[in-house]
Ligand binder design. Structure first.
Ligand code: PHE
Length: 454
């Protein structure tokens, strides 16, 4: 059996590693280094980490396989791949809406992601000469008050993202992700080594890995589930869009596992680096989105050659954010290009502008718009984050699982996976058909029921 041999109008990647690198480039980003640690701090340490790991394994990996499969078989933008596969399965063409929704979710995420990426860029200009860990806490708070600076870095980030997407993902990505990401990995490992010298290494590690089960409730589970989707770039078509460029010969299952493994390793290492610094300096683990920007600069102040490592770290973090942002914009741009027959520059310009405009509200939500709370008591930034990660991505994930698990013909699924009816396949299929949709639905309903989703 051979996978479908349709080709993409956008071309396919040539190297065997390119898909893994591009998918890993999408997955590894601010979600691992910025968001994961602060969510761990906010939602109770080890309890959150445990639920998160379970979600990655039982829900994330099966859905990632499903997304790659849809993309590669459809060989177009998520929306058009869905339409093609719906036709192939003789079912409603309205499944296309799933791809369109994903592209919209991507824009929502990009809008606030870009503001946080702007923070990372601004730290490239830091001199890492602060006198105390608290210094960076105050500095970050002052920075958040300065709307015009936030908007400046946000604009810069969106502009670069839209420009790269306009030039074409294949050309843009292949060249440099594979060179730069390993260096980021090395610096995170160095930070972990530094963490062993802080005097609170064990305390930090225990905080990450010793679950306090009393802390697990619907809010925590929904947050961990949302983070699993977010960190693996699932539920909105990013991985699907990249799947469209994946060579027909590559094995989807093992690829998905490698990407998930890599992504999880980076997140856990970031946690191991950050929490010892938090405890050694009596900082607050639940200090919210600023956590990384408060703890790591202090590590760089104290490290030999810290200024160089510090700047390099934030340059690489910005690039990691960029390679994720590209995949947030790509599904929408690919779809506009295919359906409106426009060129990539126009498509990417229009969608970049929409994300930029929304992002302005996020940038201002820390200062002049701090009283504007569209969802519950969340400011605009947190509302966008919550709506996209904890509502849209899991919902997208349910439908992707249902589509591949229940709607597509099993033969086509097997053909695309190049797998016979083996045990592994059966486990995957079972997880995809029953466990993922059910778990997501249960978490979701209980969160709605308990008023977490307001
Ligand atoms: N996975 C990326 C990160 O962790 C963010 C992302 C989410 C990218 C959804 C694409 C789609 O930073």
């Amino acid at each position: 059996m051979a996978p479908s041999n349709r080709t993409s109008i956008h071309g396919t990647w040539t190297g065997r590693w390119t898909f893994i690198l591009a998918a890993a480039g999408s997955a590894v980003g601010l979600g691992n280094i910025w968001k994961f640690p602060y969510m761990v701090g906010e939602y109770g340490g080890g309890a959150f980490v445990l639920v998160y790991l379970i979600c990655i394994l039982l829900i994330g990996v099966p859905i990632m396989i499903a997304e790659i499969l849809i993309g590669r078989r459809g060989r177009s933008s998520p929306a058009n791949s869905m339409e093609y596969l719906a036709k192939e399965a003789n079912t409603f063409p309205q499944w296309k809406a799933l791809g369109v929704m994903g592209a919209i979710a991507g824009l929502l995420i990009l809008s606030f992601y870009s503001v946080a990426a702007g923070w990372a860029i601004s730290y490239v200009f830091e001199d890492f000469g602060g006198e105390s860990a608290n210094y960076y806490g105050e500095k970050f708070n002052l920075f958040l008050q300065d709307g015009s600076q936030l908007i400046f870095f946000h604009s810069l980030f969106i502009f670069i993202t839209a420009f790269i997407v306009a030039r074409g993902v294949i050309k843009g990505l292949e060249a440099w992700i594979n060179r730069l990401m390993p260096i980021l990995f090395v610096i995170v490992v160095l930070l972990c080594i530094y963490a062993t010298q802080t005097g609170a290494f064990l305390e930090g590690v225990a905080y990450l890995f010793r679950p306090d089960f009393s802390k697990i409730n619907a809010t925590v589970v929904l947050a961990a589930l949302g983070q699993a989707f977010f960190t693996l770039s699932l539920g909105m078509g990013a991985i699907m869009a990249y799947g469209a460029y994946m060579p027909a010969k590559q094995n989807i299952g093992s690829t998905a596992l490698s990407v998930a493994f890599l992504d999880t390793t980076v997140a856990i290492l970031a946690g191991i680096a950050i929490f010892p610094i938090v405890f050694a300096n009596n900082l607050e683990p639940a200090s919210g989105p600023g956590l990384v920007f408060v703890t790591l600069p202090w590590a760089f102040v104290n490290m030999p050659l810290g200024v160089i490592f510090g700047k390099l770290f934030f340059v690489l973090l910005s690039i990691a954010a960029l390679s994720s942002a590209i995949s947030l914009l790509e599904p929408g741009v690919a779809w506009l290009v295919e359906s409106l027959k426009t060129n990539r520059f126009i498509a990417s310009g229009i969608l970049g502008l929409i994300a930029w405009t929304l992002g302005i509200f996020s940038a201002l939500s820390f200062n002049i718009l701090s009283d504007f709370t569209p969802l519950g008591d969340r400011n605009f930034f947190d509302s966008m984050d919550f709506l996209s990660n904890q509502v849209l991505l899991p919902l997208g994930g349910i439908f992707i699982a249902i589509f591949v698990g229940w709607v597509m013909k099993k033969n086509n699924v097997l053909e695309e996976l190049e797998l016979k009816d083996t045990l592994i396949l059966r486990i995957w299929f079972f997880l995809l058909r029953f466990i993922s949709p059910l778990m997501v639905a249960i978490v979701f309903c209980s969160a709605v029921f308990l008023g977490v989703v307001t």
